[in-house]
Design a protein around this ligand. Sequence first.
Ligand code: PGA
Length: 261
Amino acid sequence: MEVVICANPKEMAQRSARLIADVLNAKPNAVLGMATGSTPLGLYQELVRMHRAEGLDFSQVTTFNLDEYVGLSPQHEQSYHFFMQQNFFQHVNIPPQNVYIPSGTTSNCRAFCDWYERRIKECGGIDVQILGIGSDGHIAFNEPGSSLMSRTRLKTLAKSTIDDNARFFASRGDVPIYAITMGVGTILEARQCVLLANGGNKARAIAQAVEGPVTSMITASALQLHPSVQVFVDAAAAGELSMREYYQWIQKNKPGAPRMG
Ligand code: PGA
């Protein structure tokens, strides 16, 4: 994993957006894996800015979102469909038919999940998967104990995730307890993964994911098995990384880095 410690969430958004823009410039019809939550908001804002100010083109892009709450329609304000429309899709030029998000209202969950996996393959696989991390170490809604080989499926949310996400709902009782989520195995098949985290409440999960053992109890730790992962963290989220100075040393001295002094 390449760990990039940023001064603040703004720099994190700018650097991760630059990475996505570089991918799109090299491959205009790239397939992007999208994440929701508060963490990637800055990245999406920066991509929208690049679209408007620099002409970053999404007209050939296809997207697959990681997950969706079961029981929420696309019009529900806390659904991830709604989140993506509000925060990204309505501001860029991705053709609507190229947008895939798990259905929270399917009547045949099993068939839907199999179809979703098939569509990812038919579209050529995911080029870059954007990821946040839960305070319990989850990626997408792959809660502790999820198989590291898991595929898109119905998942019961952990109590800690329901607590974390209750801030977006009128009451804790309104938070759905099921979600459809890509599996860890699905995510590991992306050609490149970009993990984002900011804030001190993510410091422990980031340290476990990057430096801890690979374990299904911290599903983000499975990214250690992936050959191409960039981890963008702010100083607070980097707070418990024991090799912090080494990562900074690498960023300063890696081939191609600007020479200092
Ligand atoms: P957050 O969620 O970005 O809202 O903190 C991250 C996650 O649970 O994956």
